[in-house]
Design a protein around this ligand. Structure first.
Ligand code: BEZ
Length: 211
């Protein structure tokens, strides 16, 4: 069965462009992102890995470690990373996991045989410090992902892990948030003074920790 939200992210040891990693050990106490791409030396993937490298400081600011995986070899990853730096202007500074035997791809269900039985699709797994899966995404090979959206989701996940709030459609860090239905009105008044009731089930407040 496919991995689902709340499942423990499978652990593995695998080669990367820069040596072997044990996934859970490498994650430590951090949040994590494991994302697959169809193949090295392909155009959309080149822009994606360049974008993730460009956003490196944004992921670090969110205590989030990022790793990429495809069915290519460590040697291919090493050579291709030079092309990424040359064409995208950013050095890949995160592990590129080599998975030629498809062990990691199989553990995470990243090969969808009716799309391609030889390459991983564009999967994303966001993993919490408890090693549980917090988000899954699957994109087709022809569509590059929006990694700012993934940062936005991490902002929401980290906020909602700490406070009894949820984030509305198109929410961005700093926008108002929704008080979850589990919080009584009395508790809401105590925790979120000045909150607004639009409907009994729709109560909004400033983002906790923001003015
Ligand atoms: C790409 O990354 O450009 C790509 C990879 C596989 C199929 C189509 C596009």
């Amino acid at each position: 069965m496919a991995l689902q939200l709340g499942d423990i992210a499978p652990d593995f040891t695998a080669p990367t462009a820069d040596g072997e990693i044990n996934f859970h050990e490498w994650l430590g106490e951090s949040w994590g992102i494991l994302f697959s791409h169809p193949a090295d030396f392909t155009p959309v993937c080149t822009t994606e890995l360049g974008k993730v490298a460009q956003l490196s400081a944004e992921f670090a600011a969110r205590n989030t470690r990022v790793a990429a995986v495809s069915v290519d070899s460590s040697e291919d990853h090493r050579q291709w990373s030079q092309d990424i730096a040359e064409t995208q202007g950013h050095e890949v500074d995160f592990p590129m996991i080599a998975d030629p035997d498809r062990r990691v791809s199989s553990l995470y269900g990243m090969i969808h045989p009716n799309a391609s039985d030889t390459a991983t699709v564009r999967s994303v797994f966001v993993i919490g410090p408890d090693k549980r899966i917090k988000l899954t995404l699957t994109y087709p090979a022809s569509t590059g992902r929006n990694f700012r959206e993934i940062l936005r989701v991490i902002d929401s996940l980290q906020l909602t892990a700490e406070h009894q709030v949820a984030t509305p459609a198109d929410w961005e860090d700093g926008d108002n948030v929704i008080i979850t239905p589990a919080v009584s009105d009395a508790e809401a008044a105590r925790r979120f003074p000045g909150y607004k009731t639009i409907k009994p089930y729709l109560r909004v407040t400033n983002q906790p920790g923001r003015a």
